[in-house]
Design a protein. Structure first.
Ligand SMILES: NC(=O)C1=CN([C@@H]2O[C@H](COP(=O)(O)OP(=O)(O)OC[C@H]3O[C@@H](n4cnc5c(N)ncnc54)[C@H](O)[C@@H]3O)[C@@H](O)[C@H]2O)C=CC1
Ligand SMILES: O=C(CO)COP(=O)(O)O
Length: 328
């Protein structure tokens, strides 16, 4: 199987950076943007100042506002925020091009992972997940980046990896679709927690403890949903956790920073154009964990902070006062 033309659905920071990567060899890429001003800026100025400022885009990227235009593409990278995935897939004309799911989140209400939503529109062998430590502005600038590319069908996964790989963009293959997406969804919530630690001035020991114990929560939840530990310990889990738990370039970390400084979630989330997925994922992850009998105290703490039902110091005190136990 060989994949030529690529369509990208969603022209936020990440969709635009992925379009830029896919077009790096001069191959045409069609980018669907929801905003007419983004379509115009990409086509007229080869730029997306709204979502990925400062990155001159390849002229091989053409933008469209019509999802139907993507019908002829060999593969579609789906890069809308998680809560909009279902709506966008439902609006796509029917087809069998593989879907590469790039959003990091869990659907509110249904508790479904992205691949579980996509299963309503494609067979398992045409669903892939691309995830890992990937700040869009760094990928847009061509800085070295590695990702997990997971697909149950190894030949489809290999064809996608061959098409998307660049000297500075290195996909590692996996067949663990669920593991790749749980890593990305859970790390966003943990990045909020690490931002709180920073904002409240709790120190670097606390942040390292939170990354380790947060990773333990990710593994417990992932295994309950059928993920492999090795996937969660890889780029899509631990790799992305380390990235977003240590940088204000992360929107989720920055949201936590504000919470730690005493601002309310409502204030911090008001009028945002960009997405902090962890804020949507936290409550649904908390519910899903409870339903599966998985203990996720850090995730529960983030939920309480986002919902305004607890203060930072109370959440920290409660986490530290948990009964002493074995690490493993
Ligand atoms: N920005 C990054 O560095 C990375 C982002 N991601 C993930 O990619 C996904 C997209 O994030 P970004 O590109 O950063 O978004 P963004 O925050 O840059 O932009 C928001 C996006 O949401 C879209 N949007 C808003 N309302 C919508 C609706 N009703 N229907 C469809 N789309 C709508 C906008 O058109 C825009 O594309 C998220 O799940 C994020 O976690 C993954 C890796 C890196
Ligand atoms: O997922 C990301 C990097 O891998 C981007 O993180 P934020 O959404 O927190 O900015």
């Amino acid at each position: 199987m060989s994949i030529g033309s690529i369509g990208v659905i969603g022209a936020g920071a990440w969709g635009t950076a992925l379009a830029q990567t896919a077009a790096a060899g001069g191959e045409p890429v069609l980018l669907w943007a929801r905003e007419a001003e983004v379509v115009a800026a990409v086509n007229d100025d080869h730029a997306n100042p709204l979502f990925l400022p400062g990155v001159p885009l390849s002229p091989a990227i053409r933008a469209t506002g019509a999802l139907a235009d993507l019908s002829a593409c060999d593969a579609l990278l789906v890069v809308t925020p998680a809560q909009h995935l279902r709506g966008v897939l439902a609006a796509l004309p029917p087809g069998d091009a593989p879907l590469v799911l790039c959003a990091k989140g869990i659907e509110a209400g249904s508790g479904r992972l992205m691949s579980e939503i996509a299963a309503d529109f494609r067979g398992d062998d045409a669903i892939a997940v691309l995830s890992g430590p990937t700040f869009a502005h760094e990928v847009g600038a061509g800085l070295p980046t590695a990702v997990t590319l997971a697909c149950a069908d190894e030949s489809v996964g290999a064809a996608l990896a061959a098409r998307l790989a660049r000297p500075g963009f290195r996909p590692y293959l996996s067949t663990d679709v669920i593991g790749a997406e749980i890593g990305g969804a859970v790390k966003n919530v943990l990045a909020i927690a690490c931002g709180v630690v920073e904002g409240r001035g709790l120190g670097q020991n606390a942040r390292a403890a939170l990354i380790s114990r947060g990773f333990a929560e990710m593994v417990r939840f992932g295994r309950a949903r059928g993920a492999r530990t090795e996937t969660l310990a890889g780029l899509a889990g631990l790799g992305d956790l380390v990235l977003t738990c240590s940088s204000t370039s992360s929107r989720n970390f920055s949201l936590g920073l504000g919470l730690g400084q005493g601002r309310s979630a409502a204030d911090l989330l008001a009028d945002r154009r960009t997405v902090a997925e962890g804020a949507f994922t936290a409550p649904v992850l908390h519910e899903a964990a409870a339903a599966a009998g998985v203990d996720m105290p850090i995730v529960a703490g983030v939920c309480a902070l986002l919902g305004g039902s607890a203060a930072v110091d109370d959440v920290v005190e409660a986490l530290l006062a948990r009964p002493l136990t074995y690490e493993g």
